[in-house]
Design a protein around this ligand. Structure first.
Ligand SMILES: Cc1cc2nc3c(=O)[nH]c(=O)nc-3n(C[C@H](O)[C@H](O)[C@H](O)COP(=O)(O)OP(=O)(O)OC[C@H]3O[C@@H](n4cnc5c(N)ncnc54)[C@H](O)[C@@H]3O)c2cc1C
Length: 550
């Protein structure tokens, strides 16, 4: 298999030689190091590599070059290799330009010259970037194949599950070519019973439920022990933070999560405002890193949905979808919120068949060259629009209000304005989703009246609500289902009737002692990654205090 390429670009031959030598010394075994003596030469090389379908992992370019600056080159290279890491080498005096380029050219990092010693100033940065690139890189395919129908909810679920759990697979759309039908025919499988998952060892799953699939791809679906100090429900930012702190501080911790670590943030194409990631981080990447970190400290992850909870003396039991239970002393509830449904005729029936909730990143490639509609005016809709604009011919954002300024962050509004294939339709609402087997058209009502537009994909971002009905009534919640914790439990200055302890509930403790709440599901929470991470971490401190009382 061809090694991925690191391309160094500099017009100064001696500097270029030095960069190439440093790259070879550290990365020569895993990557092929190439060089270009100008911006144009680099673009020519990349064009050739692209036609040969060779992978490029990193572009490391000098800024000041005659003819074309490093920023210009990196910006243009984005069109050829959007996933490659883009790093600028600058003189100290060019630092301002480099910081601006993080936005304009979406460079991932800038390094000041000289970079000696590389062990301190070059390799740590590149190691980090290349690790991220490797995580998203899919080498030529050797593994799992999914055969299905683009416009089927079950197919969408399977692909979404595999993508979110970072299980590499290749998808064959039965409607798109003979290859899919041939694969089915060879195995005498019924093309009416889809999706089908083919494993490298010849095993086959037909229309699998996600738990069977999870077990088959090697995800753990059963807890290793009967009893834990701490059970965390939900592996979004709040649950993952609790798992990292809990496990690193010696608590025997298990995390219950049916989909994949990352939570709602996992469906976010790029989180730009999380501290410490100046050029943004995808939610999936943040989830992957946190999952690795928590696992390294010994936290266990179980791919299951929590379906109930019961309390017996000082023991708490979390019931799982397969009927099993895990018991513990303390629980952290961090199941976040779920997207609100678009209540329009056709909306329910066409879900997964053209109508999607959240960014459904797995659909992005399938939308190549098409027109995509997005409903919603908040940041999540803006991020999705920018993501889809990379693949779709046109992205139309439909908002009920006057525009985006009241609901979306300025940095997203600015970037949308700079993206030529995104259109914002203000004062417009979706009335109906039309189609039999799949979404074919939308009825919209806008400033010029009602219109029907042809549409194949509609991504919905109209807010979210907690799903907490599975919890017992002793866990108190507000009228919308958000969980009450700490001071929010008090009414007229008094603790709730269900609270029988002599002490007051801790800050993030629910109405049941030892059961804590963190993140978006908590009444009054700030719906941000950073605050969910903060609450998850703080909750662990209260778990320690609670356990100390035993
Ligand atoms: C598209 C999008 C873009 C966003 N962009 C940003 C941004 O740029 N910056 C920012 O700060 N915030 C952003 N947010 C908000 C941010 O993602 C949330 O505030 C944050 O993820 C909340 O974390 P959480 O852990 O509380 O919940 P979640 O992230 O919702 O995670 C909850 C997890 O619990 C799991 N779960 C649910 N029910 C159960 C159950 N019964 N059993 C077991 N597990 C369960 C879910 O599968 C999920 O993985 C964005 C949100 C969305 C949807």
């Amino acid at each position: 298999m061809a090694r991925p390429i690191l391309l160094a670009v500099d017009d100064d031959a001696s500097v270029l030689e030095a960069v190439v030598q440093d790259l070879r010394r550290q990365y020569g075994k895993t990557y092929r190091v190439m060089r270009a003596a100008s911006g144009q030469a680099a673009l020519d090389t990349l064009t050739q590599l692209k036609t040969r379908e060779e992978p490029v992992a990193l572009l490391l370019s000098d800024q000041r070059m005659p003819g074309m600056t490093g920023v210009e080159m990196l910006e243009r290279a984005r069109g050829l290799y959007p996933e490659a890491c883009r790093v600028l080498l600058t003189a100290y005096t060019d630092t301002e330009a480099a910081i601006r380029a993080i936005n304009s050219a979406r460079i991932h990092y800038y390094l000041n010259k000289p970079w000696d010693p590389p062990e301190e100033k070059l390799y740590p940065v590149l190691n980090d970037l290349l690790e991220d690139w490797q995580a998203g890189y899919r080498p030529p395919f050797e593994g799992l194949r999914v055969i299905g129908h683009r416009w089927s909810l079950n197919d969408h679920r399977v692909r979404n599950f595999l993508s979110r759990n970072q299980v590499p697979y290749r998808w064959f759309d039965v409607a798109a070519g003979a290859e899919a039908l041939k694969l089915l025919e060879d195995r005498q499988l019924d093309p009416q019973k889809l999706p089908v998952v083919l494993f490298a060892d010849g095993a086959v799953l037909v229309d699998p439920d996600l738990e069977d699939l999870a077990a088959r791809v090697g995800l753990r679906v059963q807890a290793a022990q009967d009893f834990y100090d701490l059970v965390v429900v939900g592996a979004g930012p709040a649950g993952l933070a609790a798992a990292v702190y809990g496990a690193s501080e010696g608590l025997n911790t298990v995390v219950i999560e049916p989909v994949a670590p990352g939570g709602q943030a996992g469906s976010s194409s790029r989180i730009e405002n999380y501290l410490g990631f100046p050029s943004g981080v995808t939610g999936a990447e943040l989830g992957r890193r946190a999952h690795t970190q928590a696992s390294r400290f010994g936290a266990e992850f179980v791919t299951q949905r929590a379906t109930g909870m019961r309390v017996d003396g000082q023991y708490r039991f979390i019931q799982l979808a397969d009927g099993r239970e895990v018991s513990c002393h303390a629980v952290l509830l961090a199941p976040g919120v779920q997207y609100r449904k678009l209540e329009i005729p056709g909306g329910e029936r066409l879900t997964g068949r053209g109508v999607y909730y959240g960014a459904a990143l797995v659909e992005a490639l399938a939308c190549k060259g098409e027109e995509v509609y997005i409903v919603g005016g908040a940041n999540s809709a803006g991020q999705a629009a920018l993501h889809f604009a990379r693949f779709a011919a046109k992205v139309t954002i439909l908002v009920r209000g006057e525009g985006l300024s009241a609901t979306m962050s300025k940095y997203l509004i600015d970037e949308i304005a700079r993206t030529s294939n995104i259109v914002v339709e203000a004062r417009t609402q979706v009335l109906e989703a039309i189609g039999d087997e799949r979404l074919a058209a939308l009825t919209l009502r806008g400033p010029s009246g009602e219109v029907q537009v042809p549409a194949s994909s509609l991504f919905v971002f109209i807010g979210a609500a907690p799903v907490t009905a599975w919890l017992p009534p002793c866990i108190l919640r507000d009228e919308k289902g958000f969980l009450l914790a700490g001071p929010d439990l008090r009414k007229d200055g008094k603790s709730p009737e269900v609270w029988h302890e002599k002490r007051e509930p801790f800050l993030l403790e629910s109405s049941v002692p030892g059961v804590f709440v963190a993140g978006d599901v908590r009444h009054g929470s700030v719906k941000r990654v950073a605050s969910a991470v903060g609450e998850g971490s703080i909750a662990v401190q209260f778990v320690h205090q609670y356990l100390a009382g035993f």
